[in-house]
Design a protein around this ligand. Sequence first.
Ligand code: SAM
Length: 444
Amino acid sequence: MKKLSTLKSARAVALQTLIRVLDDNSYSNISLNNNLIKSNLSQADQNFAARIVYGTIQEKIYLEYQLRRLIKTKLKENYLYPLLLLSAYQIFFMDSVPNRAVLNEANKLAKEFGKKHSVGYKIVNGILHSLIRQGSVLPSVKDKIDYLSVKESTPKWLVSYLISHWGEQRAAKILASINKSAKNTVRVSHLAEQKLVKENLTNLGFAPIDSEIANDELILAHGGVFKTQLFHEGKLTIQDEAASLAVSAFNFSGNEKVLDACSAPGGKTVQIAENLPQGQVTALDIHEKKLNLVLANSRRMNVASKVLVKPLDARKADTVFDKGEFAKILVDAPCSGLGLIRRKPEIRYTKTKSDLINLQRIQLEILDHISSLISAGGELVYSTCTITKEEDEDVVKSFLETHSQFELQPFTAGKLSAPSGMLKILPDSYDSDGFFIAKFIVRG
Ligand SMILES: C[S@@+](CC[C@H](N)C(=O)[O-])C[C@H]1O[C@@H](n2cnc3c(N)ncnc32)[C@H](O)[C@@H]1O
């Protein structure tokens, strides 16, 4: 593996990161950050490296299909395949980079990363020349699953899942939408003056516009808001529009006790706390370390005095808290995260269909063990950042079958309403994360 101290270019950082991600399934964001910290690259070069890494992972199935027929020998050195993939990404997806530059840079990287006397650079050069001659190829449209799987770089099981639930046309629309880049969204704190924050963002050149679905969300023209004073002073936080709706589904009185059963990193904990001038939110998470993030978020958003953190498996909550102790409970459950593919490109390759059923079991166990802790007339919101029926509607159905004191309650969240008590936001509807929210009340 290349010594980090010698990573001098954006492409070298990208290649080093992809070698780690493809060889040992490292998380792309962690591996990229580790390499960037040691690289001394300018901000523009860091952005360029990030675009290559995330883009190559996002389009991996498509890129592998393009290269498949052209790789005729076994690629022995471990940098060769990642280098071919990231070069192919630049050829097909980065119009601003001329093919000549891709070839030159690949040649340099092959010499830099290859062993002494390696002929790797010749192999790379030959394959990339053939790739440019070949151009983009796709499977026949007659096999819709194969075709969409390659075109939108998504595993076949997921394409087939989307088609079976939403039909071919909608599935194609959803798939195209998850390959767009995610919007830069911020939620303005309930404790801040929304108009002033918007003016400030305008003056800073972020050109904020109102969200179509959430009342307190703004869409920014570009990233980097975390460097502003507004962010450090807790006037706003980075949160997706759809994700912000889960907490909006509650009707807060302002002095109640609330339980956030799966809270880290705390995006929704702070949002709850902002609505509690007199109340308190208890934030649980099974991973003790992650609760530091909840604390840090609470401090930054100026609500630390309202937040109590407790490391706990929510499936044991009924052994720790009293019956009817909370007026409101949020279960923002661990889930497959398939609604977040746009932000986390590797999710599509790591999840399998059997994960959906395993997660459903955990989701139902959590709901079961917190159900006795809600007071009569109290509210339960169940949410996931996924769109699968197994983790969303099926969980609601099974929960209601075994907990007759609960019923679904119609609600309004931001600018959307859910007369059935359930709200499913598909990623193509508003170009937000895919998200699911169900609201229940406990019969009084
Ligand atoms: C979807 S994330 C929550 C996101 C969070 N609500 C927010 O808005 O920032 C799910 C969280 O549940 C936690 N978790 C998983 N299993 C759990 C369990 N059995 N009990 C409590 N927390 C759990 C995970 O560690 C993860 O932090």
